[in-house]
Structures are given as structure tokens and as C-alpha cells.
Design a protein around this ligand. Structure first.
Ligand SMILES: C[S@@+](CC[C@H](N)C(=O)[O-])C[C@H]1O[C@@H](n2cnc3c(N)ncnc32)[C@H](O)[C@@H]1O
Length: 356
């Protein structure tokens, strides 16, 4: 691929006129999302979500440049323990984790602007076998921002950004015959409703080969107040993220939500085992979405669920991964057993059965 290839982005400036040295420090961007992906996807999810008895939105659409920045702020709030816990696990067990996750290709689903990627890459890269890193996310700006930094730290690594949706595009991941580790960190899997969660895990299993490893970070059930506080930080970062969902719908689909009249609420749902985030309308409002021919009346006090964050037990994670075709091989916990990092491989009995 030449230096003028539009899919190559230099690590430290525009591509034109770069020296041979800079030429090496570039990463490739592959975009699997069609131009109308957001418009069509948000519209379909609005029709699906807003017409439910308890209307719901899907946080995937919040991850645009603004949303990813807000998410980054969330991760540095003192109440949001998840990032610190996972970071501690990666540091405390770096040698064991890199033994297990040692591979020539690392794919990180929902990579975003993750600072943890740096640690994970360092750990596996030190083993000397890693040559390709594929950060995969719906938000290209977050990928580019993170990868520019990574490339400066790992100039020989082949970094291939994949702008894609892991609910749709796992099967399009590039496949080599060498060992691959797929990472899904930050308890991102917990943001999906159970059917979607299982579908994502199954599509990963279908893509994986016998020697590959799945590394998955998941938040565990703990004291209710701690779980709820993580999503109701005093600086209001989580609230901004939830409200950003309405801004996205207004600006991208032409809805007329009065974003100022919503308050933010967080609750633990003990039946579903998830923390749920709501926006509650403080006054009645008529919401019109002309492009969808949708006219909704929102009485004062009506709620929209903007996000869930499922909290797991070890047994439940085992069962879910097993249902998706995996066997859990390793578990690492932070000191307080708040969070778990799991390694899983394909269940050999299922592999044999399905002739994979
Ligand atoms: C909770 S954040 C986690 C970010 C990072 N991995 C971490 O651990 O801090 C979820 C990330 O997944 C991405 N994401 C969410 N749904 C996605 C989807 N369906 N396909 C691809 N990326 C997705 C978001 O853009 C965001 O960067």
C-alpha cells in the first residue's frame, strides 16, 4: 500500500510528503460501516425501542466523538471503579495473562480510547510473537486517537483500525492461520440485553479457531450502593452520557426532544441483575420524528431507559459462555473480587460436534 493511500493514517501528521521513516509509522483504516449506517441504524432502533412499554435507547449510538470523550471522563470518576479494577488485574497478573493471551494477532472489540489497551499490548508484545493489532470500534475518531499514540510506542506493530459493528461484522474480521486473541474489555458485554449478548458471543465463537483465546472483562455483583454510584458520579459525567443520547437523536434524526426537561435516574434491577439508567421527563411533551413518521406523547414523569450495565456472577458467566460455545480456562480477579477478567477457548466438544 502506498503512502498516498487514503486508508492509511500517519501517526504524527498528514501523509503527503512524509519521509520513509514516517511512512512506516502509519496505520490502515478499514471501514465496514456503510455511509447510511448511523441514520438507518438509529432510525431502526428508535422504532424498536421507543415503542416499547418501557421505552429504551441503545448506547451504541452515543459513541461518536463527543460520546467517546464523555465516556473517557466517566472512566476517571472516583465512583467508576470498573476501569481501575480491570487495570489492576492486568498489572497484577501480567505474566500469567500474557502467557495465556500470547498470540500473533490481537483484536480488541469496542476498543475506543481505552488506556488499558496500552498495557495489554505491552504485555503480549513483550512475548515477541505479536505482530498485528486490530482495534475494532464503531467510533473511528476514538480509534484514530488511541492508535496514533500506540503507533508511536510500538512503531513496528501492524495496526489495522476496523471501523465496524461487532453486532454485525465479526464474521468479516480478517482471518490468518496464526493464533489470535480477541479482547472485549471494560464490561462492554454487560451493556447488551441478554439476547444480543449471547448473539455477540456466539458470533465470536463461530469466527474463532481452536487455538484462539477470548479475553473478556466483566463486572461482578457487589453492594448495591457501589454499583449504582458508579453510574451516578457527582461530577455528572454519566448523566451527560445519557443526555447525549437525546442530542444524537435530535441532531441526526431530526427529533425534537426537549433535552433540558429530563432528569437522570439510576437504579439496581435485582431481577435482571443490571444497573439501569433512565431519563425522566419532568413535563409532558410531544415528540415528533418526521423522518420516521413517529409522533409520541410523553406525559410528565415518563421514563426512557438509556442504558443497562449487567452485573455477573462467576456461575452465570460460565453458563453464558458455555451456551455460546466456550470453555472458561482462566479467571483473574482484582483484590476485592469486584471485577473478573476471563480467558476462554472454544469448547472442544462443540467444536467436534459442529465439525468446525
Ligand atoms: C464501555 S466502552 C469500553 C471502552 C474500552 N474497551 C474500555 O474498556 O474502557 C464501549 C466501547 O465499545 C464500542 N461499541 C459499543 N457497541 C459497539 C458495537 N456494536 N460495535 C463496535 N463497537 C461498539 C463503543 O464505541 C465504545 O468504545
Amino acid at each position: 500500500m502506498s503512502i498516498s493511500d487514503p486508508n492509511r493514517v500517519p501517526a504524527d501528521g498528514p501523509a503527503a510528503g512524509q519521509s520513509g521513516r514516517s511512512d512506516k509509522r502509519q496505520f490502515r483504516v478499514q471501514r465496514l460501516l456503510p455511509d447510511d449506517y448511523r441514520l438507518k441504524g438509529i432510525a431502526a432502533d428508535l422504532l424498536r425501542g421507543l415503542t416499547k412499554k418501557l421505552p429504551e435507547l441503545y448506547p451504541k449510538w452515543c459513541y461518536d466523538p463527543t460520546g467517546s470523550e464523555i465516556y473517557e471522563k466517566i472512566t476517571s470518576q472516583p465512583e467508576y471503579y470498573l476501569t481501575d479494577c480491570e487495570w489492576r488485574i492486568l498489572n497484577s497478573y501480567s505474566s500469567e495473562i500474557s502467557d495465556v493471551a500470547n498470540a500473533s494477532t490481537l483484536i480488541e472489540l469496542g476498543s475506543g480510547v481505552s488506556k488499558k489497551t496500552v498495557r495489554l499490548l505491552e504485555m503480549i508484545h513483550q512475548r515477541g510473537t505479536l505482530n498485528t493489532f486490530i482495534p475494532f470500534d464503531v467510533d473511528e475518531t476514538a480509534l484514530v486517537r488511541a492508535s496514533k499514540k500506540l503507533l508511536l510506542e510500538h512503531p513496528t506493530l501492524d495496526i489495522r483500525l476496523l471501523v465496524a459493528d461487532f453486532e454485525r461484522h465479526i464474521s468479516s474480521l480478517p482471518r490468518s492461520n496464526s493464533r489470535t486473541t480477541i479482547a472485549l474489555l471494560g464490561s462492554t458485554i454487560g451493556n447488551f440485553y441478554p439476547t444480543a449478548r449471547l448473539a455477540i458471543l456466539r458470533s465470536i465463537a463461530s469466527w474463532m479457531q481452536e487455538d484462539d483465546v477470548l479475553l473478556i472483562g466483566a463486572d461482578l455483583i457487589k453492594a448495591e450502593r457501589r454499583m449504582v454510584n458508579a453510574y451516578s458520579d457527582s461530577a455528572g459525567a454519566n448523566e451527560s452520557f445519557a443526555k447525549h443520547a437525546l442530542h444524537v437523536i435530535n441532531s441526526e434524526i431530526g427529533a425534537n426532544f426537549d433535552t433540558t426537561s429530563f432528569t437522570y435516574e439510576v437504579a439496581w434491577n435485582p431481577i435482571e441483575h443490571w444497573v439501569e439508567m433512565f431519563l425522566v421527563s419532568q413535563q409532558s411533551q410531544s415528540v415528533v420524528i418526521p423522518t420516521l413518521d413517529l409522533h409520541l406523547e410523553w406525559p410528565a414523569g415518563s421514563r426512557i431507559r438509556t442504558e443497562i450495565s449487567t452485573k455477573f456472577t462467576n456461575e452465570f458467566l460460565n453458563a453464558e459462555l458455555s451456551a455460546a460455545g466456550f470453555t472458561v480456562t482462566n479467571r483473574w480477579f482484582d483484590g476485592g473480587s469486584d471485577f473478573v477478567l476471563l480467558a476462554a477457548c472454544l469448547d472442544s466438544t462443540m467444536t467436534a460436534d459442529s465439525g468446525r
